[in-house]
Write a new protein. Sequence first.
Length: 141
Amino acid sequence: MENKEIGVLLVDDENDFIEPIAFWLKSRGYSVATCRNGKEAVERVKAGAPDIMFMDINMPVMDGLEALKNIREFNKELPIIMVTAAYGHDEKITRAKELGISGFFAKNYTFDQLVQMIQVTLRTHKKLQPEGGKPESQPAA
């Protein structure tokens, strides 16, 4: 897969989480940008939306839910994956689902699970399907 055209925005205030993921994705050919809070993320998306976004729920300045709400006011199509330390069924998760997220990524998931989530999510958006519309795991005919 050629990843250079795929822009990933990582939004999290924890360097120990965001820096290794950004480095790993860049080493795989993805175009990666980072933001440290929801306010920065909203401004970044307004300036030019990435192909996919991973955003922490709990951050200072503006949390992920408020940022998600703001982004959905002007961009309903951007695939947004909410990042959480623990997946549960609390009020924040319910609200995020109502605002139209593409899924959740737990902070204890692996890099391989991250890439799998990117690939599966992007396949649901026709404009980002691999050439010919075939899933990339399919062998060429």
